[in-house]
Each structure stands twice: as C-alpha cells, then as structure tokens.
Design a binder for this molecule. Structure first.
Ligand SMILES: [Zn+2]
Length: 259
C-alpha cells in the first residue's frame, strides 16, 4: 500500500518533470544559477547576467531599462528598492525553461529583485515579439500579492501595455480574444484561492488561466483606472472589496470580462 502510494506520487512528480522539467528543476536551482551567472551589463536600473547562454548585454539592458520606465509609466508605481535592492537583476539562463522571479510564486516569502528569463523569452525580447521579461519585472514592482490571478493578469496587462501585440509567458503567440474561459477557471478569478495543481501539469488549462486572468484585470482597469485596480490588488479581501470599488460582485466582473 505504501509502495503503491509512493508510486503514484512518483508518477505525478515525473509528469511534472515531463511537462515543465525546468519548473521543477528551478525550485532547487535558483540559488545555484545565481551563483554561477556572469554579469554582462549594468545600468542605472537593471543588471543583466548570463548563465549557459550567450547574451547581448548592452542591447538587452537597453530594452530592459526602457521596459522598467514603461512599467513605471503605465502603473505609476516605483520599485521597492529598500526590499528588493537598488537594481533589478535579470539572469538569462539556459536552465530556466519557464521564466520566473526568485522563488516563483513563493517570492513574497523571500523577496529579492531577481528575474530568471528563459532562452526563448530572451530571444523573443531581442526580436521585440515577446514581453515575458516585462511580465516578470512587473511581478517585482507588485511583489506583495494576495490573489494569484490578479497578480498574473496585471503582469500580462502591464507587459502588453508597454509592448503591445507581443506574446507573453504560456501564450507566446499572443491572445485570441475568441478563446472561451472554462467555468473551472472563472472560479479562481479575483479570489485568494491557492493556484490549482493542474496549473503546472496541464499546458492548455495554463494557457487559458493566464488569458482569463489577463482579460479579467484588463476589464477592471478599463472600467476605472490603474490606481483603483491597485486598491483591489492590495486588498486582503478582494472578493468583498471588488463590490465597494466597482459596484459589482466578483462573479459579475468575471462574466463582464467574458468568462
Ligand atoms: Zn507570472
């Protein structure tokens, strides 16, 4: 019996590795990657590092610092340098198949101003057709979060406001507005629920989850403005405060966003 349970757990783990090998790997290796990475460029706002891959430091630094200013402009926010350090460190790593901030979703437990960027996201950034680096940088500007869907949706909205028409994260070809959002995903929008286990295991649902989060946040920002949205983002009770701030329930807001 114990062996059977062990086998099931091992199968689930293998599946996780098969679908997102570096996602599993990175949880062990963020620290190691950072130790091994070499700095290739340093500006006023950003430092660029490479790890197991060639990086055009000066050119990418320029894009990253323009992006930093773009994030400030569209959000009105400043980076919490007292907590995260004076510059954002972006590590372009061959070992990061999935781009993420330091410690991924657990970043608020150990906040550091570090982004790990996959080779694919880096190449897309250099071609100006992928804004994943802006998504991850936005996570640092908004590092305290309570709602995972508000966090991911805002990061996509900012990335696409700064670099419109590009791909982001699990949607490298951009968003198709006709995509329907399954009710299973709509139940998470604007809540403080823990992200579902299938988010790491099911690529199709992951794509839909990010799109739904983006569309939900976009709709709320269009209804009022970024400042009002940030009150919701920073709320400990977003499901109650959405009624106060927007005059509608979370469910109604999800429907209005096409879910
Ligand atoms: Zn994200």
């Amino acid at each position: 019996m114990i062996l059977a349970i062990h086998r099931i757990a091992l199968s689930a783990l293998c599946l996780a590795f098969a679908v997102f090998p570096a996602q599993a790997q990175r949880m062990m290796n963020d620290e190691q990657i950072l130790v091994q990475a070499k700095r290739v460029a340093r500006g006023e706002l950003v430092e660029v590092y490479r790890h197991g891959i060639d990086v055009e430091g000066a050119k990418f630094l320029r894009f990253a610092e323009e992006g930093y200013r773009g994030i400030e402009k569209v959000t009105g926010l400043k980076l919490d340098t007292a907590t995260l350090g004076p510059r954002i460190q972006i590590v372009v790593s061959a070992s990061a198949a999935v781009s993420h901030v330091w410690r991924g979703d657990d970043h608020p437990k150990d906040p550091r101003g570090v982004v790990f960027l996959s080779a694919m996201a880096y190449r897309g950034a250099m071609k100006r057709n992928n804004a994943t680096y802006l998504h991850e940088m936005t996570h640092l500007f908004t590092w305290r979060f309570r709602s995972h869907t508000l966090r991911e949706g805002l990061a996509d909205w900012v990335a696409l406001a700064v670099l419109p028409g590009t791909g982001v994260g699990p949607n490298p070809n951009g968003y198709d507005p006709k995509t329907a959002v399954p009710p299973l995903i709509a139940d998470y929008l604007g809540t403080t629920k823990t992200p579902p286990d299938w988010l790491l295991l099911d690529a199709d649902r992951r794509t839909a989850y990010y799109f739904a989060s983006y569309r939900f946040v976009k709709r709320l920002i269009e209804l009022k403005d970024v400042a009002t949205f940030m009150h919701l983002y920073n709320s400990h009770s977003p499901e109650a405060d959405i009624v106060t701030l927007y005059g509608m329930t979370r469910e109604a807001a999800a429907r209005a966003a096409g879910s």
